[in-house]
Design a binder for this molecule. Sequence first.
Ligand SMILES: C[S@@+](CC[C@H](N)C(=O)[O-])C[C@H]1O[C@@H](n2cnc3c(N)ncnc32)[C@H](O)[C@@H]1O
Length: 208
Amino acid sequence: MTTQLPPPLSPDAWERRYQEGTTRWDLGQPAPAFQSLLGAAEAPRPGAAIVLGSGRGYDALLFAQHGFDVTAVDFAPSAIQSLAEQAEAANLSLTLVQRDIFDLVPDLAGQFNYVIEHTCFCAIDPSLRPAYVQLAADLLAPQGELLAVFFTHNRGGGPPFGVSVTELHQLFEPYFEVLTLQPVANSVPSRRGEEHLGRLRRRDGFMA
Ligand SMILES: C[S@@+](CC[C@H](N)C(=O)[O-])C[C@H]1O[C@@H](n2cnc3c(N)ncnc32)[C@H](O)[C@@H]1O
């Protein structure tokens, strides 16, 4: 599926933000919620993981450092280039894919134990959310999990487009069992009270 994107959400628009340095979403570090998750007793075990809309890739690098076999996808060339440089400097091996996430299936269907989401869901047009849910389910192997930091702010407009916890349940439950979906306790100050960490398992009955 090749998506027709409105101008602010086109690959060129995202690339321009990287080139102009207007990347306000960029934390310069992994999401604190993922850092906590990976240090917890119930941390996900290393496996094949795909990071959607990876940006410069701090989350991708974090999961690679923890032994995951990471594929990172973004359609902005500058984001992928930055991640390639960081991976090389850290001597980490990741698979980097410069592509629209909505073009990953069927090529990569069923290949991952984890889909990693952090500020990609809030960056796509809300009309594409059902397609995103389907995509995440399609990419996962049976019993695979979506590990997500959702931006649950309630301001109008976007990007970033906010989402409510109720909407998340409605969207994802047909394809996923929601294992946890909890407020994030250690968000960066600018996102405090506006993030939820979700761990959702692909339903057994769902076939890619
Ligand atoms: C708000 S940024 C977040 C980047 C990164 N996750 C982070 O937290 O720094 C959204 C990213 O998703 C990418 N993106 C948006 N829509 C995409 C799509 N349909 N396919 C691939 N990448 C996309 C943009 O290029 C951008 O790098």
